[in-house]
Design a protein around this ligand. Structure first.
Ligand code: ZN
Length: 152
């Protein structure tokens, strides 16, 4: 089956491949205050998100693991977009991302992350795209409860 790509799709695809090949914030933070692992068994994606939270702010964030291009690019873009934000605003970004890929609405001010909106046409890949965002959301929730480690 061939998929017709518009010019916009091509740009988005380039951006996704760029994040996959040159991931931002890749690795683990030595001074992480919270760590969260996430697995998507349907695809084989495995991610570990480490966060350094300080006074309600995401001071630094990194991800490690392996998986498909969508999960890795999504993690890379996520780290880029939430680094430096307050935890409350980071959670809001998670909500906007979920809304973008899980509903028919148009993306709401997500920057480069909007490149991933095309996954909603491929339901099997939505879990790949959402995986790091769910891990981030759970990590922030864990941290706010004083539980420093967790896994799904
Ligand atoms: Zn995947």
């Amino acid at each position: 089956m061939t998929v017709g790509f518009s010019v916009e799709d091509e740009l988005y695809r380039e951006l996704i491949l760029d994040h996959y090949r040159n991931p931002r914030h890749h690795g683990t933070l030595p001074e992480a205050t919270v760590t969260r692992q996430a697995v998507n068994p349907l695809c084989g994606d495995e991610l570990t998100i480490t966060l350094q939270l300080h006074h309600g702010q995401v001071k630094d964030i990194a991800f490690a693991g392996k998986g498909c291009s969508i999960s890795q690019a999504s993690a890379s873009m996520m780290c880029d977009s939430v680094c430096g934000l307050s935890t409350g605003y980071a959670q809001e970004m998670v909500g906007r991302f979920r809304a973008m890929v899980l509903s028919d609405g148009s993306p709401d001010d997500l920057g480069d992350v909007e490149a991933l909106q095309g996954v909603k046409r491929y339901p099997a890949r939505i879990k790949c795209a959402v995986l790091p965002w769910n891990a981030l959301s759970d990590a922030i929730t864990d941290a706010s409860r004083g539980n420093q480690r967790g896994s799904t």
